[in-house]
Design a protein around this ligand. Structure first.
Ligand code: ADP
Ligand code: MG
Ligand code: MG
Length: 493
């Protein structure tokens, strides 16, 4: 008997079983790609230049894992429980303008982008701008650290949290595949949790629109001029339009307008009473799917648009304060001793949050910089950026730290250091561009959260579903849109 064959299984039987598995995998991969095409689990194809600007042109199935990834139910429960606590925390921190300005004061000296965001924030502080209605559509991301067997937070996204549309579909895809092939594979589709994030985010947007209480006002989605992930956004719009026909018909108008920052600048104005009017339409909710990256502000026009919206009485998702709370620097500040206590009262909630914090350090800590130079593989160096592909690892991390230290001055303040999390790798079938291949992978679980508040009334504070992303374990970064990871769902164990 060969060393690989399990006890009691002849090599011939094992080989036959192996061949059967290959056949099942091939069949499933094709079936899955067809499912994506007919159910809208699609993205714009990089190979087609118009795919980011013209809807319906140059579509390709979103990259996906063929089968859901196993995930312990206890950690799943823990991650879900954290969502409303993080929602609450974001809201509380957003109200402390001094804390945001002070914590980011050194960063602003070396990071132009953060500095511009802080300028807008400072302007709002000067005029005591209050946001009575506050809407947060967040996503908190986690990895399971194999060394400590714990769920640790990677980051909290407060702006443009992506994949509420497509992630629901991946769970559906996996359920469909397991309903058909689960017996052969020994996997039960019922262990894939329901994932209704698209409908729940649409509901949160509609509830914000209701709180705004202007029947003729529109929800405006601010998008990038080129967006290959546009179907994720269209799914949300689709749910809004389909699930709230009563509102649309009864109130005549709950249209969703898509605008770029440049269009908002060209067509927008704020009336003396604070009303935001864009292209002749009163805006109730501004939902940002752009504005999180310096590339979104190629000229002063985009910055003027961001300021204009912030000055208005429209509900901003996120407001400039919510946006800043989601920066890496604030994540690191919140992890310092006694800081959570400034914002939250409930000791159990504080303990739950702290349990999921990985090691986070500011680079004015010379001891930790020295350790990171000695052992760069145990750390991740992060600038104040979003969207994937910005972090620094390993050899580059060491070189960067040594160089920044030599430069003296404040250069180090642009970054934070984070403990590197090491999830256990497993063999997974990935499907990209119609090609199925097997590789060693690690996964990152994101839990979506929605928060809506009107003055003292918390209208909504929920977890709303999940995004599982799986990537080849040798890749450092994790974004799906950035091309590093595939969409996935989970199979509770
Ligand atoms: P972004 O806002 O650009 O998404 P993240 O902090 O999420 O920034 O980092 C991007 C990716 O880098 C993550 O999706 C994850 O794959 C990887 N990553 C980030 N922090 C860590 C960490 N501490 N340990 C291991 N991998 C990490
Ligand atoms: Mg992010
Ligand atoms: Mg991220």
């Amino acid at each position: 008997m060969s060393a690989e064959a399990p006890l009691g299984v002849t090599p011939a039987a094992a080989a036959a079983e192996g061949e059967e598995m290959v056949a099942v995998v091939d069949e499933m991969a094709e079936e899955a790609a067809v499912w994506c095409a007919v159910h809208g689990l699609v993205v714009g194809d990089r190979a087609e230049p118009r795919s980011g600007t013209i809807p319906g042109v140059g579509l390709v199935h979103a990259p996906f894992a063929l089968l859901p990834t196993r995930f312990p139910a206890s950690f799943w429960k823990q991650a879900r429980e954290l969502a409303p606590i993080f929602n609450d925390l974001v809201d509380r921190v957003s109200l402390d303008g001094e804390f945001l300005q002070d914590s980011l004061s050194r960063t602003r000296q070396v990071d132009d982008f953060t500095s511009r965001l802080l300028d807008i924030h400072a302007k709002m502080m000067e005029v005591n701008k209050e946001e009575d209605i506050r809407l947060g559509l967040h996503r908190s991301d986690y990895m399971l650290d194999s060394e400590t067997n714990s769920l640790l937070q990677i980051e909290l996204n407060t702006i443009s949290s992506s994949f509420p549309g497509l992630s629901s579909l991946v769970s559906e895809l996996h359920r469909t595949l397991l309903n058909r092939h689960g017996k052969v594979l020994g996997l039960d589709s019922k262990r894939i949790p329901q994932n209704w994030v698209a409908t729940q985010f649409a509901e949160a947007l509609s509830m914000a629109w209701t709180e705004f209480n202007n029947k003729s006002a529109v929800i405006m989605m601010v998008v990038q001029p080129e967006e290959r992930n546009m179907y994720d956004q269209y799914w949300l719009i689709n749910h809004l339009k389909e699930s709230y026909p009563f509102i649309i018909c009864f109130f005549f108008c709950c249209n969703v307008e898509l605008k770029t920052l440049a269009q908002v600048e060209a067509e927008g104005q704020v009336l003396p009473d604070g009303t935001l009017v864009v292209d002749g339409q009163t805006v109730s909710v501004v939902y940002f799917r752009a504005g999180y990256s310096p590339n979104d502000y190629p000229s002063e026009a985009e910055w003027r648009a961001r300021l204009l919206m912030e000055q208005s009485s429209a509900i901003k998702c996120p407001s400039i304060s919510y946006h800043l709370v989601g920066t890496k620097k604030i994540q690191q500040e919140l992890a310092k001793p006694n800081i959570l206590e400034r914002f939250l009262n409930n000791k159990e909630d504080i303990a739950k949050l702290r349990k999921c914090f990985a090691g986070l350090w500011s680079l004015d800590n010379e001891e930790i910089v020295k350790t990171a130079i000695e052992k760069p593989d145990l750390f991740v160096l992060k600038p104040q950026r979003e969207g994937g592909g910005n972090n620094i690892y390993g050899h580059d991390l060491r070189e960067t730290l040594v160089r920044l230290q030599k430069e003296q001055g404040e250069a180090l303040a642009a970054y934070i250091l984070m403990q590197r999390i090491f999830p256990r790798a497993s063999l997974t079938h990935l499907v990209q561009g119609g090609v199925c291949f097997e590789d060693l992978t690690i996964s990152e679980l994101g839990i979506f959260g929605a928060y809506l508040r009107n003055k003292d009334k918390v209208v909504l504070n929920n977890q709303c579903g999940y995004l599982m992303r799986t990537k080849v374990s040798s890749s450092n970064e994790g974004g799906v849109a950035a091309g590093f990871a595939v969409l996935d769902s989970i199979l509770l164990t």
